[in-house]
Design a protein. Structure first.
Length: 304
């Protein structure tokens, strides 16, 4: 039987997804034994720069007792022309049981999983997926609201290029969240509208009706490429700021996967607002990744 991987959220069943969130919460409430994955070699393979994700995975691996291996791909044999398959065979031969991989190419973790006789955890690939970010977002939402089914969540910004948005849409719909996507047509095509996912162009119209709102980082290259006519126009229509904060409900949670652009998709007022959960998201990421590591390396059955 092929090893289980986490390439996107739907690699697990809804029941397994809930179990992962429960396990992450238990890790948050009480530290696990340090020898939970004692002696299990886990490799962090990051082809893109990362601060939050690589640090969070490293801490998670250390807390469950795994043997953590990290190296820059540019200094490895991959940088000398070795194929992915050759690298995968070599890593498994020296005892690596799991690879946490981030890559700018959508589909790279999938290709690696086809050659590696171990577990692959996708830490973000191109515009495709970022499953553990979605898991920590779901954990944060459930902690605040006590449930996920029936919550009304808006994701605002560059949906088209966001792996975070794509994985969140998958995970939220699996657990019954009503998702509204908000953004300009160039960054949010009508094709994103599916069962349980609707598109709204008027941010102000929906603010009073939300249980949570997630703001996405706007990359300046979108303006250079012509996908945004001007930054000022985007800010006027879609920025979360002091005036829009006043339209949110008292219990509406504000999320951002980071890194954020102050003064672009949000203002300092948002980051200082007591409803902001950015710090909680980062904190929860460690526990979610501990749960994923344990699930794949110790107890992962075939999804129902």
């Amino acid at each position: 039987m092929a090893p289980r991987n986490l390439l996107d959220v739907d690699d697990v069943s809804p029941a397994e997804l809930i179990a992962l969130l429960d396990r992450a919460t238990s890790f948050k409430d009480a530290a696990p034994p340090r020898d939970l994955l004692a002696g299990v070699p886990v490799l962090n393979l990051f082809f893109e720069a990362s601060t939050r994700t690589v640090t969070s995975f490293t801490l998670a691996e250390q807390r469950v007792g795994a043997d953590v291996i990290s190296f820059a791909p540019g200094t490895s044999s991959l940088g000398k022309g070795e194929t992915i398959a050759d690298t995968a065979i070599t890593l498994h031969a020296i005892g690596v049981r799991a690879i946490v991989v981030r890559h700018p190419e959508s589909g790279f973790p999938k290709r690696l999983s086809e050659a590696f006789d171990g577990h692959i955890i996708n830490a973000g690939d191109g515009t495709h997926a970022h499953p553990t970010q979605a898991l920590l977002d779901l954990m944060t939402l459930r902690h605040d609201h006590g449930r996920l089914d029936g919550l009304r969540v808006a994701i605002v910004g560059d949906i088209l290029h966001s792996r975070v948005a794509r994985s969140n849409i998958v995970g939220m719909r699996m657990l019954g969240v009503d998702v509204t996507l908000v953004g300009p047509r160039t960054l949010l095509p009508d094709s994103f509208e599916t069962d349980g996912v609707r598109i709204e162009r008027d941010l102000d119209a929906i603010l009073p009706h939300l249980d949570a709102i997630m703001m996405l980082r706007i990359q300046h290259e979108r303006i250079v490429s012509g996908l945004l006519p001007s930054l000022d126009d985007y800010i006027r229509q879609f920025q979360l700021n002091r005036s829009r904060l006043a339209r949110l409900g008292r219990d509406t949670v504000i999320l951002h996967p980071g890194p954020y652009n102050r003064g672009v998709e949000l203002t300092d007022d948002v980051l200082d607002d007591p409803r902001s959960r950015y710090v909680a998201q980062v904190h929860n990421g460690v526990f979610v990744r501990m749960a994923v590591l344990e699930f794949l390396l110790k107890s992962a059955p075939v999804a129902a």
